[in-house]
Design a protein around this ligand. Structure first.
Ligand SMILES: Nc1ncnc2c1ncn2[C@@H]1O[C@H](COP(=O)(O)OP(=O)(O)OP(=O)(O)O)[C@@H](O)[C@H]1O
Ligand SMILES: [Mg+2]
Length: 409
């Protein structure tokens, strides 16, 4: 029994000793961990500074990125403004010919909207222009092509440039219609001037030769031929003067002396100047003026010249017994003047052309005149900020209208 108790006590002591050892071991390990954590805390500030550096680097990267982004955005905005304002059409197409970008001018030139995503062939609708784009795609070299589109009365030039960053191409389309028209007008002008000069010069030559070969001493033929020479010289002088006027007005060299003018006074003074001529031609010239018209702002002598030109035409193209009336009334945009006649009229197809230089409806019918009067008149009216046009009923008569802005507008 005693030995049993002794054994129990020894066993209890061993168990107690094991627990005690476990307890101390645990405590020692906890202390070691706490020390290590404490040591970690001491190192913490160094790590925070690393993190701060990193965050600064990220922040400056972001600032640089934002700066680049805003530069890119403003460049994009500038580029799109340029593209929008450009009068030349710009199309960018991918390698398969599908349009990726089109400025408003391109859409207008090709008379198409919503062109992005559509094919070049579908939008351009002209095989010569499409061929130029194909050549550019195949050769990767700049190609250009000019075409006339009779249906749209347009003259276009296309320049296809290969895109160096992508496999597509950039198409630049220029509308050369106006330039072409001006070239034609200039060419016609020179040939018309030489033609118009040839006729009186040939007569002068013939007349002087006749005089030289004896007619000078003829008491009847001599003075008659000299009279005809004088008439031809007058016609040439008038033509030279008209050409000079026209070129001065066209090049903007003529300065208008603008002042407030009473419309009725202008009409009266122009009609008075032409009264005798119209009476001699057997025509009745009258004036119709609306009451209380406001003043216009105009160059008196130039505007009177326009009215005289129009009345002179009316006299030339109205048969004896006919009527001419010069009218004024208020209209949108200012005061409207009209010169109405009961003459031969103008065919509808010529109405849009009579204001062109040297244009005469029927050269054999016109008799005197070089076809410059209406062209000069148009320039004078436009220089005043007004507009001029004609209406006519062939065989019944014509009306020439022009509107001049008010003095206080
Ligand atoms: N009132 C009119 N009635 C009929 N035809 C007209 C009338 N006015 C002008 N025309 C036509 O328009 C053409 C051009 O007129 P415009 O005044 O420019 O030239 P013109 O009278 O022939 O010559 P210019 O005025 O240089 O002496 C005329 O030749 C004529 O065919
Ligand atoms: Mg005339």
């Amino acid at each position: 029994m005693n030995s049993f108790l002794l054994g129990l006590v020894i066993t209890l002591l061993i168990v107690a000793a094991w627990f005690a050892w476990r307890y101390y071991d645990l405590k020692r390990r906890i202390e070691r961990y706490s020390n290590e954590i404490r040591k970690l805390e001491k190192n913490l500030p160094t790590d925070v500074s690393h993190i701060e550096n990193l965050s600064n680097a990220i922040a400056s990267l972001q600032t640089a990125f934002n700066l680049q982004l805003s530069t890119l955005n403003s460049n994009n905005a500038r580029l799109s403004t340029v593209l929008e304002q450009l009068i030349d059409g710009v199309l960018i197409a991918d390698a398969d010919g599908f349009i990726q970008l089109a400025n408003p001018a391109a859409q207008k030139l090709f008379d198409a909207s919503g062109v992005v995503g559509r094919s070049i062939t579908e939008v351009v609708r002209n095989h010569q222009l499409v061929d130029a784009w194909r050549r550019c795609q195949q050769t990767r070299e700049v190609q250009s092509e000019s075409v006339e589109l009779p249906a749209r009365r347009q003259f276009l030039q296309l320049i296809a440039i290969p895109d160096t960053h992508a496999s597509g191409s950039l198409l630049l389309v220029q509308d050369l219609t106006r330039v072409r028209r001006l070239e034609t007008v200039r060419r016609d002008f020179i040939s018309n001037v030489s033609h118009e000069l040839r006729t009186p010069l040939a007569s002068l030559k013939a007349l002087t030769e006749t005089l030289q070969s004896g007619a000078l001493s003829d008491p009847e033929a001599g003075p008659r031929f000299l009279g005809r020479i004088s008439t031809e010289v007058d016609a040439l002088t008038q033509m030279a003067q008209e050409l000079l006027d026209l070129s001065r007005i066209e090049s903007g060299q003529v300065e208008l002396i603008l002042a407030p003018l009473v419309p009725k006074n202008l009409v009266t003074s122009a009609a008075d100047r032409m009264r005798m001529q119209s009476e001699r031609a057997g025509l009745k010239l009258s004036i119709k003026c609306e009451d209380g018209l406001q003043n216009i702002r105009a160059d008196k002598s130039r505007l009177e010249q326009v009215l005289v030109n129009l009345i002179h035409n009316a006299v030339k193209f109205t048969k004896p017994g006919g009527e001419i009336s010069v009218e004024t009334e208020s209209a949108t945009g200012g005061i409207r003047f009209a010169v109405r006649d009961s003459g031969v009229g103008i065919p509808a197809e010529s109405l849009s052309r009579i204001f062109e230089r040297f244009y005469r409806v029927d050269k054999s019918r016109t008799g005197s005149g070089t076809g410059l009067g209406l062209s000069i008149s148009k320039h004078i009216i436009e220089a005043h900020g007004g507009k001029i046009w004609a209406e006519s009923n062939e065989g019944r008569g014509s009306v020439f209208y022009f509107v001049i802005p008010l003095a206080n507008s």
